[in-house]
Design a protein around this ligand. Structure first.
Ligand SMILES: [Fe+2]
Length: 203
């Protein structure tokens, strides 16, 4: 049986604690979410290159079924840190993040980020014509900054892949409605983002 000392020794991995502190410093010094995210981008690039984080993520559970691991919610600034763990060949659907700014950083495997332009006049909330504007394939260390309402899809690669996400606000059930897009029918709908599954990064 574990002793009391052992039971209280479960602490957050230090690389994650340092990452959170670096983000809090940025958020406290800037009020603008665009500036915050631009300054946080090199922090996330560094974080997803940490060998200890990549090794730790080998045990993170799959987020199949429209889920996100919820690693951290900031009590003062409302930013959150999520993770996604995709199965090989995962097909991502086309969506936006409503008002949220998002940094999407690859930690393991490969993924492709597809970006779309909306080519209709945007006058109908339930209709959107899309045109694929770019596809970038990334490996560990690649971080994408996704602005509010940017239309995109994340596609899994040939192996399991893991990404760490910094969001300016929490998404998911009961938060804000995000746009979803069907490129075959041009139907635009709205729905909540992934189910948030709390998950602590313990040493
Ligand atoms: Fe996304």
């Amino acid at each position: 049986m574990a002793s009391a000392a052992q039971m209280t020794s479960a602490q957050q991995i230090p690389e994650f604690t340092a990452f959170v502190e670096s983000l809090r410093a940025i958020w406290s010094a800037n009020a603008d979410n665009k500036e915050r995210m631009e300054q946080a981008k090199p922090m996330l690039e560094k974080f997803v290159m940490e060998p200890a984080i990549k090794a730790h993520s080998a045990n993170w559970p799959s987020t199949e079924g429209h889920k996100n691991l919820l690693l951290y919610v900031d009590p003062d600034y409302d930013f959150v840190i999520n993770a996604v763990v995709r199965v090989p060949g995962r097909k991502g659907s086309i969506h936006d993040h409503a008002d949220a700014w998002v940094l999407y950083g690859l930690l393991d495997g490969t993924e492709s980020l597809e970006r779309y332009d909306r080519i209709d006049d945007g006058s109908r909330p339930d209709y959107a014509e899309l045109k694929l504007s770019s596809v970038t394939t990334g490996t560990q260390g690649k971080v994408d900054l996704v602005p509010p309402r940017n239309i995109h899809a994340e596609q899994g690669g040939p192996t399991r892949s893991v990404a760490v996400i910094v969001r300016s606000q929490k998404l998911g059930q009961g938060t804000v409605l995000q746009g979803r897009y069907d490129p075959l029918t041009n139907v635009r709908s709205e729905g909540y983002g992934p189910t948030q599954v709390p998950y602590e990064l313990l040493a």
